[in-house]
Design a protein around this ligand. Structure first.
Ligand code: PLP
Length: 419
């Protein structure tokens, strides 16, 4: 089927959950995607933060080939080689003790929410006073299933499906006073992203995270840090919370974990894990042999190829170049992020939409979130030459379309136009 035929068929056959861009990708190479006509696109989104090693990485291809010949699925009723291997790596990297594997981010969050409720129940049985309320943050995104969506702030995601899971309250982002006021022994967990992704790449403040840690410690509630977008090296450390010197009781991973094969994980302390017993929670597919084997290969590649250092280096370079662009174009109101989880905020949603479309025309893939925010989640293997290409193109587009384009800042050497 060609693109037209696929579009027509999907329009009739699929639930209309996404407004897709009219491009048919057929393969990928490194940091590039290639469409059915052979056009190459520089991918600064990596499948929304999933393809951390880029496309066609030999470690992933090899792990899939080898494991698919041995065993793809076995269920969680039997042992296989992968879960313990992966759990060992993830617990060492995170400073946590135990893992539960799921298929997606939202399921990792569901596991964390269920753990928080079960843990509070365990504490109540021990005579402690701990309620069932979850505190989440304004502008959070934790997923689409009924529990996760209840902790996701945007009303348009929750409201059509009401009533969602009760007993969730939202705290103003980075507002310590609001957190202190809403926290009590009714709370069984505080759930937050160390760097809000969908919310517009906003790192939580040191002060706020410290307060969340101290408050939860004071009652025995759990601090859950969602690292589904920020985790496994995207910010230049295995976990974004490691920038803050704070260790949560629970963390969640997914997106890059198995290099594009669906896999999520919830990691927790030994103490929290005591709340879960056989039969209380489970999954048919989660933590299968294929996904785990690939995840081990991804983890080992990040380590072997020193990709955390690389993310720090290229991330700083990218950040710096965006800062320079901000000085030149008043339409950029803010630049923020950590490692290769970066954003440039523009002065209007209209301009952000135009920039996105113009970048795509010039065959560079980025993303827009929170209306005005250009989000960059490139593969960890991105080079500075790719950053230069993206920045040059952004510069050209902002010169042509930004309000400053009519002013004294208009001069530019021009960006890279592909094709
Ligand atoms: C921080 C965060 N949590 C949870 C999710 C949900 O993950 P998934 O789409 O794999 O269910 C996402 C997805 O974008 C996310 O960014």
């Amino acid at each position: 089927m060609n693109l037209d035929a696929i579009q027509a068929a999907e329009a009739k056959l699929l639930l209309t959950t996404y407004e897709r861009n009219p491009i048919l990708f057929v393969r990928g190479e490194g940091v590039h995607l290639i469409d059915e006509k052979g056009n190459r696109y520089l991918d600064l989104l990596s499948g929304i933060g999933v393809n951390a090693l880029g496309y066609g990485h030999p470690a992933i291809e090899n792990a899939i080939a080898v494991q698919s010949k041995k065993l793809i699925h076995i269920s969680n009723l039997f042992f296989h080689e992968g879960q313990a291997e992966l759990a060992l790596r993830l617990t060492e990297a995170s400073g946590l003790n135990r893992a539960f594997f799921s298929n997606s981010g939202t399921e990792a969050i569901e596991a964390a929410l269920k753990l928080a409720r079960a843990h509070a129940g365990m504490k109540r049985n021990e005579g402690k006073s701990l309620g069932t309320k979850i505190l989440a943050l304004e502008h959070s995104f934790h997923g689409r299933t009924m529990g996760s969506v209840a902790t996701t702030h945007k009303e348009k995601y929750r409201e059509p499906f009401a009533p969602v899971m009760p007993d969730v309250e939202f705290v103003r982002f980075n507002d310590v006073t609001d957190l202190q006021e809403k926290f009590s022994s009714d709370v069984c967990a505080i759930l937050l992203e160390a760097v809000q992704g969908e919310g517009g790449i906003h790192p939580v403040s040191q002060e706020f995270l410290k307060a969340a840690r101290e408050l939860t410690q004071s009652t025995g509630a759990l601090l859950i840090i969602d690292e589904i977008q920020s985790g496994l090296g995207r910010t230049g450390k295995w976990f974004a919370y490691q920038h803050y010197g704070v260790r949560p009781d629970v963390t969640t991973l997914a997106k890059p974990l198995a290099g594009g094969i669906p896999l999520g994980a919830m990691l927790c302390t030994e103490e929290a894990a005591q709340a879960i017993h056989p039969g209380m929670h489970g999954t048919t597919f989660g933590g299968g042999p294929l996904a785990c084997a690939v995840a081990v290969a991804v983890f080992d590649t990040i380590e072997k190829d020193h990709l955390l250092d690389h993310v720090n280096k290229v991330g700083s370079y990218f950040h710096e170049k965006l800062d320079q662009l901000k000085k030149k174009h008043s339409a950029i109101t803010d630049v923020r992020g950590l490692g290769l989880m970066l954003a440039a905020e523009l002065e209007s949603a209209e301009l952000a939409k135009t920039v996105l479309a113009e970048m795509l025309k010039r065959r560079i893939i980025i993303n827009r979130t929170s209306e005005t925010v250009l989000r960059f989640l490139p593969p960890f293997t991105l080079g500075t030459e790719h950053v230069d290409e993206a920045i040059g193109t952004l510069d050209t587009i902002l010169t042509e379309h930004g309000p400053a384009s009519t002013g004294v800042h208009a001069h530019t050497k021009g960006g890279t136009h592909i094709g």
